[in-house]
Design a protein around this ligand. Sequence first.
Ligand SMILES: O=C(O)C1=C[C@@H](OP(=O)(O)O)[C@@H](O)[C@H](O)C1
Ligand SMILES: C=C(OP(=O)(O)O)C(=O)O
Length: 439
Amino acid sequence: MAQNPAAHPALWPAPHASGPVDATVHVPGSKSVTNRALVLAALASEPGWLRRPLRSRDTLLMAGALRTMGVGIEEGVGPEGTGEAWRVLPAGLRGPATVDVGNAGTVMRFLPPVAALADGPVRFDGDPRSYERPLHGVIDALRALGARIDDDGRGALPLTVHGGGALEGGTVEIDASSSSQFVSALLLSGPRFNQGVEVRHTGSSLPSMPHIRMTVDMLRAVGAQVDTPESGGEPNVWRVTPGALLGRDLTIEPDLSNAQPFLAAALVTGGKVLIPDWPARTTQPGDRLREIFTEMGGSCELTEYGLVFTGSGAIHGIDVDLGEVGELTPGIAAVAALADSPSTLRGVAHLRLHETDRLAALTKEINELGGDVTETADGLHIRPRRLHGGVFHTYEDHRMATAGAIIGLAVDGVRIENVATTAKTLPDFPELWTGMLGA
Ligand SMILES: O=C(O)C1=C[C@@H](OP(=O)(O)O)[C@@H](O)[C@H](O)C1
Ligand SMILES: C=C(OP(=O)(O)O)C(=O)O
């Protein structure tokens, strides 16, 4: 939660909605899908295409890191013009290289296993917050699978992976209760390990299961053989067979978690928002918003044009376990603070180690606007109260910024500190938001 207020003097006046919104919002590509697609394309045995990739801080860091290890990622021309696509040209992975992970969980967790396959040392460093985010599951597992890693013994960044050009792989036990990304990281590179990989999760809980399903689905789509608990395997065990990966031509789905603030705008203002290209079937956790925001007072329809979400004018509180969809918590908390009854958000203790301590940050910032939020052991209890304007701090967390913008729709005088932090996954957020309100 540490921050230097002087570092971000700019305050963005969050626009107040003068009436119900009625807008179509084209949401850019999914961060989670783009960064998995980049890794899988880089590990493939032939070139591939990513169409409509997300271009944000997290995905540009991923692309930059793969390039420094020798992968070709070129701007391609697609049906919508230059810059619409990335052409990925896999190459022999090599060091020495230095990877800046920023504060991207996907980069800091998915790439050390890739670096273990490189020929030469790969140094990983990032934002100060990246030093605090859990990485022990990846580091310990890679060592057990045969990698040599130098770190300072805390199980965190910064570190150097001394890639040996190949990794033996095999069976490994990890505790992924602090991040599902440990499991995804090992599975994504698993087909390229000599023996593949068998990941056995031993912890008491496992967050963000849809993100693990996304990893498995995307691996299978490029030809990997993956056994999972759902396909008849043991609970909490995933197995990836060694083998070559295909180069694919993949169009990236819109980021449904980044659609959240726009759906919330329809809910909060009693308006209507259309999100084009909402997938009919997806592993993205944001798809759960259809159910969650319906319970909170809206209604939705998946049409041939996309998802149409309509607010009723009423906003209800909710009692919900968000363990599977933790990244939706800040936006749900913001809506809950404006509801007509209390809410309890459960199952998200691991959010304390996300971009910031999200439970502490949401509690502090909503309460400073006059709210009544308390932290529980694994979530938040939110009793709606009449809120007033003020500064909403973001702690370099993109989802804090969008949560503050949601509150600003209904509360006059909310000013967001460092709205530019939305660049982590949605650089166009301020323009999309004002465009939605002006439409
Ligand atoms: O694999 C992914 O793309 C993600 C997994 C989740 O991480 P945790 O399991 O660490 O919460 C999620 O919160 C994050 O935004 C993206
Ligand atoms: C937790 C998140 O990101 P990361 O990929 O950095 O873990 C998030 O986007 O909400």
